[in-house]
Design a protein around this ligand. Structure first.
Ligand code: PLP
Length: 227
């Protein structure tokens, strides 16, 4: 299937209200434009420089950008002017820096808190109790809007393990929604990638982040962006 066909067939399967983020990292602008031609408007990137270059190149064309990767505080200015959602907040240090940037620039930044859930050591994210701790102090983050949770399931073919991971995220999401009714923007649960998005829908995903199933395998060495 080509890019446009893949976009169309995924949209057909998504229930109303579930947002598809097309993860275009390591793919060239032409691939993004092909997806745009099929009606896709939301794209996700995980490297600040690539994110900024693509956002600038496609400015004014109705594209919404989500940042989904690890973000260092010295790279905020490459990301925050363009991101409609930062899905991957994974430390208090980063959250504090985003809030400070928002204050300085007169903006409120919508974020998701990333939950550490997969079995792999390499996965970033908060532990449950850290997220609880942050949300008890949510009112002190005047320039951050807490919109929900993001998580990645264990990278495995064992669907029972994937279900266990998604079940944990969903349970925490529900618990937090009950505990903090004042967080009126707490609406998003971003789970599900190319290999597991159909399962994620069963666990209440409101956002799925799909790369490979749309754009094919990433060409890690070939991408060249205009300066
Ligand atoms: C790359 C990436 C995706 C997309 O992964 P695919 O398996 O290619 O669909 C989703 N979420 C995050 C956080 C990613 O870094």
């Amino acid at each position: 299937m080509d890019i446009a066909q893949s976009i169309l067939s995924i949209h057909k399967e998504l229930p109303p209200g579930v947002k598809l983020v097309a993860v275009s990292k390591f793919h060239p602008l032409e691939a993004i434009e092909e997806a745009m031609g099929a009606g896709q408007t939301v794209f996700g990137e995980n490297r600040p420089q690539e994110f900024e270059q693509k956002a600038r190149a496609l400015a004014g064309r109705g594209v919404e950008w989500h940042f989904i990767g690890h973000l260092q505080t010295n790279k905020l200015k490459m990301v925050l002017p363009y991101a409609s959602l930062v899905q991957s907040v994974d430390s208090v240090h980063l959250l504090d820096a985003i809030n400070d940037w928002g204050k300085k620039n007169g903006k409120v930044i919508p974020v998701l808190l990333e939950l550490h859930v997969a079995a792999e050591d390499t996965k970033q994210g908060f532990y449950e109790e850290e997220i609880l701790d942050i949300l008890f102090r949510a009112a002190s983050y005047s320039n951050v809007r807490f919109c929900g949770l993001m998580g990645m399931a264990t990278n495995t073919d064992d669907t029972e393990d994937i279900r266990a991971d998604f079940g944990r995220i969903k349970a925490l999401w529900d618990y937090l929604a009950d505990l903090f009714p004042e967080l009126t923007d707490w609406k998003e649960l971003s789970i599900g990638m190319s290999g597991d998005w159909r399962i994620a829908l069963e666990y209440g995903a409101t956002i799925v982040r799909i790369g490979t199933a749309i754009f094919g395998e990433r060409q890690y060495l070939r991408l060249r962006l205009p300066a």
